[in-house]
Design a binder for this molecule. Structure first.
Ligand code: SF4
Length: 667
């Protein structure tokens, strides 16, 4: 047996350091290591059992070409890589020659957060092809737009520094499922006297023991945040000196916030006015106070405005300037000064942008040219994109060429013309950084590729060569890509030095920097802009509230938070249990629904057949059908994504997954 240092590049803020045990070139054990301040020797159950994913029955080991019709049960012919690459190059070459590069759309997302696997040769290939570009909007699109508008690229409070806070607010985030290493830090802070507030429609594990829980109706975070801001201003609980020095647009922000009283916001959000009052008092009186904003809040029509309104609170209340004070959203690109771009080595062309959250309708409606080829990698859109019924229909068309590079036979791969086996993160090198913890890893493969699986670098490098798109000075190996990335920045050498010496790196100017002591907004005047003109233009009017879309026919707000056992749809093949919709006890009673009943969940866009679970932790008027289920987990082959209405959030082209309103009945 041998031990190997590795790290986890999956779509999770924590970016754990790993210790991997290998026997006869097979991974037999994965544990957390202690190189970073966050991992602290433990990891989630998802990755501890990663060997089940690597060596399970669904693992793809050879290239496959479809032989049967696309709308029937898949029948496959095993082919060599050479045959598969020839077929893919030939079909794509023909499409480009006939219809132009924009007839090809790459479809990829957070299957890896690494700069080799998501970037590198793949991006180079599609750029040189002149393919349509994908707008990445499943997650953090609205939050990134809001954060950049208000603060630029200023990093937030380091997760480790939550230990210094005396008030921690978790707003639209459930670390018990999606960032487990924050939980013990919160526990330590509370043991030292910190208060905990949770804003979430569900009583999440942390909400159940919080000092205050606001079970807000989905989409109504905006009135709450504005009302709190207005109340702070009215009571004089704001930091006028800080505002004078560091904040722009305060008067306009105050005018818009004044539209919402605590009474009106409490009514709209379905929370107790006294609880909003308690929040205002606690926030006004406590420092350091940190707000951890999550991804639940942005997934609706008001998502961008909601995030902006929440991020305005520490600015007006003067919560910055102390360790553990301010906000945390994403820390991914804060101060590394290096990125994937140099490893790609091909300029981005101004080809058309296709919003990934509208993929079904774009496949159906886009013309001049229509999308004739969808090339999927690091992603499983059938399980993750809205309008699932239309997407399945469009992928099953015989006149569309679908290529999927995947580790296991996903719902998307099952609809492909060509399936190419991909390596997992323990079978290839990766360079990646966390978007919660501010740490970077560059680590090698720990085992050889399983079967005939190939890396993204190998696949797209081969296609570049076959299609005559390679150039003599291209970085064609993982090593060369990494070298290019570090060589492109004056800070690269320092990072390389840290990685070589310790196997982990922190930003060259130091980790755990304190906002408004060590780091400041990167806006042109280095101020916080509470009503940035660009966001105002994009949203129509920033902070304008769009009312709840519920109707008498479809009264229940359906939310689809992450499963604790999966990372979005990743690992879904390993799940045996059927999908269950969680209903508030009162809503289940009103419909005569018992635990385990077969139910239909429907609206004007689709229908899902699953089982019911009565859940005391869900508030009345809300129901939960987690994201990440696969088609096999429901009785009719559709998941929550079949119920998402058309339409986007107010900023960033963000998918409005939580705007689904549904009815539920026994089947
Ligand atoms: S998924 Fe998150 S918690 Fe689990 S090992 Fe990866 S980084 Fe750590």
């Amino acid at each position: 047996m041998t031990q190997h240092a590795s790290s986890c590049p999956l779509d999770c803020p924590d970016a754990c350091g790993l210790e991997v045990t290998v026997e006869h070139d097979r991974v037999v054990r994965i544990e957390g290591d202690r190189r970073g301040p966050l991992t602290d020797g433990f990891i989630c159950g998802k990755v501890r059992k990663f060997a089940d994913h690597m060596y399970g029955d669904d693992r793809l080991t050879q290239p496959l070409v479809r032989t049967g019709p696309k709308n029937g049960p898949p029948r496959w012919r095993t082919v060599t890589w050479d045959e598969a690459l020839a077929l893919v190059a030939d079909r794509i070459g023909g499409i480009v020659a006939r219809a132009g590069g924009e007839a090809v759309l790459p479809y990829h997302y957070g299957g890896s957060n690494g700069w080799i696997t998501d970037g590198g040769c793949a991006s180079r290939f599609f750029r040189r092809l002149g393919a349509s570009r994908l707008q990445l909007t499943f997650c953090a699109a609205a939050t990134s737009a809001a954060q950049r508008g208000l603060y630029g690229a200023m990093p937030g409070v380091a997760l480790e520094d939550f230990a210094h806070a005396k008030l921690i607010v978790l707003w639209g985030v459930n670390p018990s499922a999606t960032s487990i290493h924050l939980v013990p830090i919160i526990d330590r802070a509370r043991a030292a006297g910190a208060k905990l507030v949770v804003v979430d429609p569900r009583a999440t594990p942390l909400a159940r023991h919080a000092d205050l829980h606001l079970p807000v109706r989905p989409g109504a975070d905006l009135p709450i945040a504005l009302a709190i801001g207005h109340a702070l201003i009215e009571r004089g609980a704001i930091d006028r000196a800080f505002i004078e020095t560091h904040v722009a647009d305060f008067t306009e922000y105050a005018r818009r916030a004044a539209r919402w009283s605590l009474d009106a916001a409490a009514r709209e959000a379905g929370v107790a006015r006294a609880d909003l009052e308690a929040f205002v008092e606690l926030y006004a009186a406590t420092s350091p106070a940190v707000i951890r904003t999550g991804w639940g809040m942005e997934r609706n029509r008001n998502g961008g405005g909601s995030i902006a309104a929440v991020l305005a609170l520490p600015a007006i209340a003067g919560k910055f300037g102390v360790r553990g004070g301010g906000y945390t959203m994403s820390n991914s690109d804060a101060r590394w000064a290096v990125g994937a771009e140099a490893g790609i080595g091909a300029p981005e062309a101004a080809t058309r942008l296709v919003n990934m959250s509208e993929i079904g309708v774009q496949l159906r409606d886009l013309r001049d040219p229509r999308i004739e080829c969808l090339f999927v990698y690091n992603c499983n859109p059938v399980a993750t994109a809205p309008d699932q019924r239309l997407l399945v229909e469009q992928l099953a068309r015989d006149d569309r060429f679908v290529v999927v590079h995947e580790q296991v036979m996903t719902d998307t791969a099952a609809l492909a013309d060509v399936v190419l086996p991909a390596t997992t993160f323990l079978e290839h090198r990766e360079l990646h950084r966390g978007y919660g913890t501010m740490r970077m890893f560059d680590r090698p493969a720990v085992v050889a590729p399983y079967g005939e699986a190939r890396t993204n670098t190998e696949l797209f490098g081969a296609l570049l060569a076959r299609m005559g798109l390679a150039q003599p000075d291209d970085a064609t190996t993982d090593q060369a890509i990494v070298d290019r990335i570090f060589a492109a920045s004056p800070r690269g050498e320092a990072l390389r030095g840290q990685l070589d010496a310790h196997g982990i790196a922190a930003p060259p100017d130091g980790a755990n920097r304190v906002p408004f002591v060590d780091v400041f907004p990167s806006t042109p005047d280095r101020k916080i802009h509470l009503v940035p003109a660009a966001l105002d233009a994009e949203a129509g009017e920033l902070y304008a509230y769009r009312p709840d879309p519920a109707t008498d026919a479809f009264p229940l707000a359906l939310i689809s938070p992450a499963l604790a056992t999966q990372i979005s749809s990743t690992f879904g093949q390993l799940r045996e249990a059927p999908a269950a919709i969680e209903l508030a006890i009162a809503d289940a009673d009103a419909r005569g629904i018992a635990d385990g009943d077969d139910v239909r969940v429907w609206n004007a866009h689709g229908e899902v057949h699953c089982v019911a679970k009565r859940e005391a932790h869900v508030r009345p008027g809300v129901c939960v059908l987690h994201k990440g289920f696969w088609r096999k987990h429901t009785a009719n082959g559709f998941t929550a994504n079949a119920l998402i209405p058309p339409g986007l959030a107010d900023l960033g082209g963000q998918g409005a997954f939580n705007d689904a309103r549904v009815q539920v009945a026994k089947r």
